[in-house]
Design a protein around this ligand. Structure first.
Ligand code: NAP
Ligand code: MG
Length: 405
């Protein structure tokens, strides 16, 4: 056996729940630990441990990411009332992802993992379309009124310094209707712009952004202005040097152009656009298990994970002693993403090379027809295609990896 590859800086590892916790162990034992000599700071974000520590473990993990800059996370349960009962929890703990995002001040980017034998719903798409969703304000933090009788609706801003309020008539209602008030903050938009520009440069891809600034001349226009300002003053030179561009257009034009493109860009979306478009992209690319997720903070922290949840239904089958065919691709790519980032920051190209070999081995496995059940449903028909169990899939990847070492 050749010598293990040394990972220079400590990896922040966050374990999780249910089926993904089972696969996480397998991925580590079979694809990583035999080949890598790495220091790990381990945080068990499994629900039991979060409950035992009053969720302190999640805060500790976030602070460790601040210290080392890079972390990798398994999927975790966000408890609802049923889970409180199931696990006998002290309380309904908040989503760990929400806690991490809050502390690291990050934006979540999603990108599909593409293989030759699973064609996207849109035939022209050849390269992954990455999506970044602004996760603050707009309709998600709105105030709404149901109008039941005639009356005037006004938008009023009352300055804290006692100066004259600003009023604008929204509508003079003569019949029943509805009303909504929304807001956003310059600082949040700027943080989002910074995260998008950071991510696009990091991945070496163009950045696209669209709003409805022709209609919304103050609100949507502000998003455009802040993105422009950040780009022009801080990023233009770096983008030009990397041969990539920042492109702004109307949101409807952006949608039309994305459908006709070959992909390969980061699409920055306002909150609602990102909510809708990320689900459209995930289903257009075939399987939830082929989508990775990266939390990028404007302070330079990176956290890698799968987009899917803990695959609860498969876990209950597993507990009942049945064999499952659960797809570990997104978890594997979370680890390789983390290792590649570590390699870049530590200037240890051998670590990045190894991570890419795991990725190639995983892609080749699926492309050779060996796949989990979710992929068999969406793969191009081929007599070689066969469905394998969860652990066998990882074993096949290991065989392919061994051939590359
Ligand atoms: P899920 O884990 O994403 O799974 C939903 C369904 O998608 C599965 O039942 C399965 O479909 C399919 N699927 C997802 N990942 C798969 C994989 N790797 N391989 C094969 N099939 C896969 O969502 P959920 O079951 O609704 O949620 C379970 C828990 O996950 C919840 O407690 C939720 O809080 C948590 N969650 C966590 C995160 C996160 O940590 N980032 C994100 C979302 C949800 P079939 O059953 O049809 O095979
Ligand atoms: Mg959605």
């Amino acid at each position: 056996m050749p010598e293990k590859i040394k990972v220079k800086t400590t990896i922040v590892e966050m374990d999780g729940d249910e089926m993904t916790r089972i696969m996480w162990r397998m991925v580590k034992d079979k694809l990583l630990l035999p080949y890598l000599d790495m220091e790990i700071e381990y945080y068990d974000l499994g629900l039991k441990k979060r409950d035992e520590t009053d969720d302190q473990v999640t805060f500790d993990a976030a602070n460790a990411i601040k210290k080392y800059k890079v972390g990798v996370k398994c999927a975790t349960i966000t408890p609802n009332a049923e889970r409180v009962e199931e696990y006998g929890l002290k309380k309904q703990w908040p989503s760990p992802n929400g806690t991490l995002r809050g502390i690291l001040d990050g934006t979540v980017f999603r990108a599909p993992i593409l293989v030759d034998n699973i064609l996207p719903g849109v035939r022209k798409w050849k390269n992954p379309i990455h999506i970044g969703r602004h996760a603050y304000g707009d309709v998600y933090a709105n105030s709404e009124i149901e109008v039941t009788k005639p009356g005037v609706a006004e938008l009023v801003f009352t300055p804290a310094d006692g100066s004259e309020p600003i009023r604008k008539v929204i509508h003079d209602f003569r019949e029943p209707g509805i009303l909504q008030g929304i807001h956003n903050l310059d600082s949040s938009i700027r943080g989002f712009a910074t995260a998008c520009l950071t991510y696009a440069l990091d991945q070496g891809i163009d950045l696209w952004f669209g709003t409805k600034d022709t209609v919304s001349k103050i609100y949507d226009a502000r998003f455009r202005e802040i993105f422009d300002e950040e780009y022009e003053t801080k990023w233009k030179n770096r983008f030009e040097a990397a041969g990539i561009e920042y492109f702004f257009t109307l949101i409807d034009d952006a949608v039309a152009r994305v459908m006709k493109s070959e992909g390969g860009m980061l699409w920055a979306c306002k909150n609602y656009d990102g909510d809708v478009m990320s689900d459209m992209l995930a289903s257009a690319y075939g399987s939830l298990a082929m989508m990775t997720s990266i939390l990028v903070s404007p302070h330079g922290y990176f956290e890698y994970e799968a987009s899917h949840g803990t695959v609860q239904k498969h876990y209950y089958k597993h507990l009942a002693g049945e064999k499952t065919s659960t797809n570990s691709m997104a978890l594997i790519f979370a680890w390789t993403g983390c290792l590649k980032k570590r390699a870049e920051l530590d200037a240890t190209p051998e670590v990045g090379d190894f991570a890419r070999k795991i990725e190639d081995a995983a892609l080749e496995t699926v492309e050779s027809g060996i796949m989990t059940g979710d992929l068999l449903l969406v793969a191009e028909h081929d007599p070689r295609n066969r469905k394998v169990y969860t652990e066998d899939f990882i074993d096949h990847i290991r065989e392919n990896l061994e051939k590359k070492l």
